[in-house]
Design a binder for this molecule. Structure first.
Ligand code: FAS
Ligand code: PHB
Length: 403
């Protein structure tokens, strides 16, 4: 057994773990990251694309913002199209100046990986049998195997940044945690292509055939999504079938301009709303997808992970720098306030824009529910105050203060 010691053990080298490690390192706080897969595998997962201002500020504070600022696209607004009728949501005007940045999660993860490697900070990739121990003790530890060698990592704190399927949340006794979950009766089929995006801004489309999203990664790279039944498999969808269906769901003028091409990546993601309470147990802190999942309709998943990182970073900095070790007990209480705001907004946007009728069989309630939804969309999209509600949530609520 190889013995290791650090101050904060981080489980998972996704965006949460890497961002937390980078922020702590700049304060001289030591970390070791234990990651289950290879760096290439982490970078191969195509996910989020929209960064809130709070996220951008945090990446700047981590000293990793150079490529994001030169290649990311600032978006002052986005569109919602209902049955082809396009409405522009002017984020900048409606929120008093806030915007979002369009820059892929893969790229931000790559930047964070490179920064960690350049700082010669330690990450054990392709680790297995990761287990957390002594969470209620003063000195917890992590055991894992890497390249055939068993390791024990002693630390002060453990940050569980290992996503929804990770080991951290499962290590909290079931009696000590409560989980809230809603599974949506459809998934998102995503396609990445080296084709010019169909629109300068993102277009969220509600059509009688189901939801579609036209997003982008750059002026030459597009990211599209289609609502699909949970029974669909990605191999059921040829590129041609994807493009044909997308054209049927986009507003007509956008469909005419759609440039198609071979998919670089295609995958189906299930949609769920999920929260684990509390987000900490003894010396373990759950961060990002390890603690919560949102349907991607509100572009909140990655941004919510970043706000968890911001809170935990501030608390750990205060514990190590000021000796205020008691403050870390407030992590879950502070983080959950913003988590539930993002959960509700993401559920609301998903409920407004997806076709639930296709998932319910002649349910009388679904007919009147459709009328309620049509009225809600009409009110929020055609009234300034309604658009402002959407804009303020989409641009992202300010990160919680730990004062
Ligand atoms: P991650 O899941 O990104 O990272 C967790 C890391 O922990 C992984 O690298 C994993 O390999 C590792 N790990 C797991 N178990 C481990 C163990 N036992 N030991 C060690 N390491 C372990 N969000 C948006 O805002 N917009 C989107 O469009 C969007 N699309 C998404 C599509 C998909 C298919 C998925 C799954 C998520 C999507 N999300 C989206 C949400 C996503 O971006 C997450 O919010 C984001 O990846 C959260 O980052 P982390 O908390 O770091 O978790
Ligand atoms: C993306 O570009 O992947 C993306 C953008 C906005 C969303 C979801 C996904 O709401």
């Amino acid at each position: 057994m190889k013995s290791l010691v650090t101050q904060v053990a981080i489980i998972g080298a996704g965006p949460s773990g890497l961002l937390l490690g980078q922020l702590l390192a700049r304060q001289g706080i030591e970390t070791i990251i234990v990651e289950r897969v290879s760096p290439e595998y982490v970078l191969g997962r195509i996910r989020a694309g929209i960064l809130e201002q709070g996220f951008v500020d945090l990446v700047r504070e981590a000293g990793v913002a150079q490529r994001m600022e030169s290649e990311g696209e600032v978006h002052d607004g986005f569109e919602i199209a209902v049955d082809g009728q396009r409405t522009h949501i002017d984020l900048k005007r409606l929120t008093g100046g806030r915007t979002v940045l369009c820059y892929g999660q893969t790229e931000i993860t790559r930047d964070l990986m490179e920064a960690r490697s350049e700082s010669q900070l330690v990450t054990y990739y392709e680790s297995s049998a990761v287990e957390l121990h002594g969470l209620q003790s003063e000195k917890p530890w992590v055991t894992f195997k890497c390249r055939g060698v068993s390791h024990r990592l002693d630390c002060d704190y453990i940050a569980g940044c290992d996503g929804f399927h990770g080991v951290s949340r499962q290590t909290i006794p079931a009696s000590a945690r409560k989980e809230y979950e809603k599974i949506y009766p459809f998934g998102w089929l995503g396609l990445l292509s080296e084709t010019p995006p169909v629109s300068e801004e993102l277009v969220y489309c509600k059509s009688e055939r189901g939801f579609a999203l036209a997003s982008r990664r750059s002026r030459t790279r597009s990211r599209y999504y289609l609502q699909v039944p949970l029974t669909d498999k990605v191999e059921d969808w040829s590129d041609e079938a994807f493009w044909d269906e997308l054209k049927r769901r986009l507003p007509a003028d956008a469909a005419e301009q759609l440039v198609t091409g071979p998919s670089l990546e295609k995958s189906i993601a299930p949609l769920r709303s999920f929260v684990c309470e509390p987000m900490q147990y003894g010396k373990l802190f759950l961060v990002g997808d390890a603690a919560h999942i949102v349907p991607p309709t509100g572009a909140k998943g990655l941004n919510l992970a970043a706000s968890d990182v911001a809170i935990l970073f501030q608390l750990l900095k205060r514990a190590y720098r000021d000796g205020d070790v008691a403050c870390v007990a407030r992590y879950s209480e502070i983080a959950l306030r913003r988590v539930w705001h993002a959960e509700r907004f993401s559920w609301w946007m998903s409920s407004l824009l997806h076709d639930f009728d296709a998932c319910q069989v002649n349910d009388m309630d679904s007919e009147i529910a459709s009328r309620f939804t049509a009225s809600e969309l009409d009110y929020y999209l055609n009234h300034e105050e309604g658009q402002a509600v959407i804009a303020n949530q989409y641009a992202g609520l300010p990160h919680e203060s730990i004062i």
